[in-house]
Design a binder for this molecule. Structure first.
Ligand code: HEC
Length: 129
């Protein structure tokens, strides 16, 4: 009977890891909605929208060589999980006048998954894990 708590602890660790992996995989699927306009990864380039490497933790409007709207540039936002979640739910409500023509992602779990996917990529586009 001493074994039990240990087994439970292992089960929890495994569950935790599975949940994390799922988030990233689900987030990668969801990122298909963004790919028309955004690139991410080591070879990413600005296209319709700016490169999204290292976006969580980045100041809005700070990718060099990308021609942002004034609305985005002067928003004063630093993208963290909370501001990104609000923005991606309804971009034009969070940043009125943004030129990101995207209706948003309404599902909270999907936003979490997307965030987990985005957070993998450092500023240089390399995956941290
Ligand atoms: C139809 C094209 C389009 C789609 C689809 C799109 N975006 Fe954008 N996105 C843009 C444009 C254009 C901008 C620049 C906005 C501005 O300057 O006002 C932008 C800006 C952003 C920014 C702010 C970046 C910064 O450096 O300040 C984030 C974050 C972002 N998009 C995330 C996403 C995510 C995540 C998705 C998918 C769920 C997505 N976008 C889908 C076009 C798009």
């Amino acid at each position: 009977m001493i074994v039990r708590p240990v087994a439970v602890a292992f089960a929890l660790i495994i569950l935790n890891n599975a949940a994390h992996a799922q988030d990233v995989a689900a987030g990668e699927k969801s990122f298909a909605k963004c790919r028309a306009c955004h690139q991410i990864g080591e070879t990413a380039k600005n296209s319709v929208g700016p490169v999204l490497n290292g976006v969580i933790g980045r100041k809005a409007g700070s990718v060099e060589g990308y021609n942002y709207s004034d609305a985005n540039k002067s928003s004063g936002i630093t993208w963290d999980e909370a501001t990104f979640a609000e923005y991606i739910k309804d971009p034009r409500a969070k940043v009125p006048g943004t030129k990101m023509a995207f209706f948003g992602v309404k599902n909270d779990q999907e936003i979490k998954d997307l965030t987990a996917f985005l957070k993998q990529f450092g500023k240089d586009g390399k995956k941290a894990n």
